[in-house]
Design a protein around this ligand. Structure first.
Ligand SMILES: NC(=O)C1=CN([C@@H]2O[C@H](COP(=O)(O)OP(=O)(O)OC[C@H]3O[C@@H](n4cnc5c(N)ncnc54)[C@H](O)[C@@H]3O)[C@@H](O)[C@H]2O)[C@@H](O)CC1
Ligand SMILES: Nc1ncnc2c1ncn2[C@@H]1O[C@H](COP(=O)(O)OP(=O)(O)O)[C@@H](O)[C@H]1O
Ligand SMILES: [K+]
Length: 491
């Protein structure tokens, strides 16, 4: 898991640690890590450190201070270091250290854009967690100038300048990084889309504040977390204790969605899958999966809505009854258009951006698909708070928001997963995860957010395995789930 903390949480933790340490020690730890990474990058891309061109952009705050002390260390290794200050103010001790080590230090001028583009390595110490409002003039043209092939490796200190540390938004000019070294803990911008895409490879540097940090406000689940959370079959299990998934999916028009949701649930290891729906998809489901039981009975978790038409009264009644039962449920596609009052955290809504925009519009919000894609976490959160349910928003980064404010993400495994029916398979996988943890969810329904992200991690890994770098069909994603599970580190 990668844990991310807000600016307020980081500042509080840093304050407590700094009160007991000599002044400036945390900054030296940050600068030392930047220097080591800089040297590693220079050896990799320029074959060495001595004489290699390093341009350091240093802003007015402590982010600039980190950059200046890092510049001093890298200059002492023999690199050719030019520090360009981007504000009238500069960290005085840092600037003195850089100069004493042989770095040149002067203000940034618009024509320096070309110098930046020619460097082997560009350190971004313009602004960190104190930044706001995007890149300012005269730095705004810089990202476009660096975009060309053969430009420098950009190493961001703490975060790419221009990002708001606490948000996934990307609505202002940002200097995208190839590598981001973040200090103490990740920040929400590193994990939330679309901002996360500008961070490159993320490295969290231990500067000694971990013990003072509270529970993270945003988490990214990794494959090893999915392995830990996945319920294994136990010797004492029977099919009921392993979890029965009830699938209400498909109808006269969309029969395939029923098959795919069922496939997802079966392949993820449900003890039993019960299917509820009209005769035609039911026959198809039985044909593809003879192990499925058609008709009502006890279930531990539901998968509701894939392929259900808005005017399908028969399926609508099954969905309403399932939601009224209070059992954990995946609420997908057609079921999203008929949400009752009184949803709870064990109900996991699984919209894509367009569906979430429609859902929020029914709640009186003035949002469209583009607005959701511009800030997925904020909109998922809004829907979770307004409905009382957990919301898993699909997309490049899968973003799960609980009604209590927690956010859990799963990074994309392959963009080939954006294919018709992939969401139906995810719904089935998640149904099995919820059914397998029905007892834990009864005790603490807020665990649904983490479990939803677990399902997304496994779905993504199955897609990556099945795709093997190329296209993949939804059905193949379901088929790859067992192999995806056994390939998890720590399985
Ligand atoms: N607080 C601490 O204990 C530590 C902080 N560290 C560093 O300090 C940073 C936070 O330092 P500060 O609180 O001084 O804040 P920052 O250095 O992140 O930014 C504040 C300064 O940048 C200017 N600024 C804000 N937005 C800008 C923008 N969009 N473009 C250009 N300039 C902008 C502001 O006018 C202000 O002077 C962290 O991100 C991290 O890099 C590290 O040294 C580790 C320890
Ligand atoms: N660019 C992308 N990169 C990675 N995964 C994606 C991307 N776009 C969508 N996905 C994933 O693909 C799946 C598509 O689901 P969905 O839109 O519901 O499709 P359908 O309704 O056709 O089944 C989701 O799991 C989503 O997270
Ligand atoms: K920065």
């Amino acid at each position: 898991m990668i844990a991310a903390h807000t600016v307020a949480q980081v500042r509080a933790a840093e304050g407590r640690v700094m009160a007991r340490l000599p002044a400036g020690l945390l900054m030296q730890r940050a600068a030392a890590a930047v220097d080591v990474e800089s040297a590693r990058i220079l050896r990799e891309v320029a074959g060495g450190v001595v004489g290699r061109r390093v341009v350091v952009l240093a802003g007015a705050g402590d982010n600039g201070g980190d950059a200046l002390f890092a510049a001093a260390r890298t200059a002492r290794r023999g690199a050719d270091v030019l520090v360009l200050t981007t504000s009238g103010r500069v960290h005085a001790a840092g600037a003195a250290a850089a100069r004493a080590a042989g770095a040149r230090v002067r203000p940034f001028a618009p024509e320096d854009t070309a110098l930046c583009a020619e460097a082997d390595l560009l350190l971004d110490g313009i602004a960190g967690i104190g930044g706001s409002g995007g890149l300012r003039e005269p730095l705004r043209p810089l990202p476009a100038a660096l975009d060309a092939d053969g430009g420098p490796v950009v190493l961001a200190l703490d975060l790419p300048s221009g990002l708001d540390a606490d948000a996934g938004r990307l609505d202002a000019a940002v200097l995208p990084a190839d590598v981001t070294l973040t200090f103490g803990t990740a920040k929400p911008c590193h994990l939330l889309g679309p901002a996360a895409r500008t961070c490159g490879r993320l490295v969290v540097v231990d500067i000694g504040i971990t013990g003072e940090l509270p529970a993270p406000s945003v988490r990214r689940l990794e494959p090893v977390d999915a392995a830990r959370a996945w319920r294994r079959a136990r010797p004492e299990d029977d099919k009921y204790s392993r979890g029965v998934v009830g699938v209400v999916a498909g109808g006269a028009d969309y029969t395939g969605a029923a098959v795919l949701a069922v496939e997802g649930a079966v392949r993820a290891g449900a003890g039993m899958v019960r299917y509820g729906g009209p005769a035609h998809p039911a026959e198809l489901v039985r044909h593809v999966r003879p192990e499925v039981v058609v008709g009502p009975g006890r279930v531990q978790a539901w998968v509701l809505g894939p392929g259900v038409a808005p005017d399908d009264e028969e399926q609508g009644a099954r969905i309403a009854a399932a939601l009224a039962s209070g059992e954990p449920a995946v609420v997908d596609a057609g079921a999203l258009a008929r949400l009752p009052e009184g949803l709870a955290p064990q109900h996991v809504l699984t919209p894509h951006a367009g569906e979430l925009a429609r859902l929020l519009a029914t709640l009186g919000r003035d949002v469209d698909r583009a607005a959701v894609e511009a800030d997925p976490a904020a909109h998922a959160h809004d829907a979770a708070r307004a409905t009382g349910a957990t919301v898993l928003l699909k997309g490049t980064v899968t973003t799960v928001a609980g009604p209590g404010g927690d956010v859990v993400t799963a990074a994309s495994a392959t963009p080939w997963l954006s294919t018709a029916g992939a969401g139906d398979v995810l719904a089935g996988i998640l149904g099995t995860v919820l059914a397998g943890h029905a007892g834990a969810l009864a005790a603490d329904p807020t665990r649904a957010a983490e479990l939803a992200a677990v399902a997304a991690v496994v779905h993504g890994r199955a897609a990556a395995l099945a795709a093997a770098g190329g296209p993949v069909a939804a059905r193949d994603v379901a088929d790859a789930v067992p192999a995806a599970l056994t390939s998890l580190p720590g399985w």
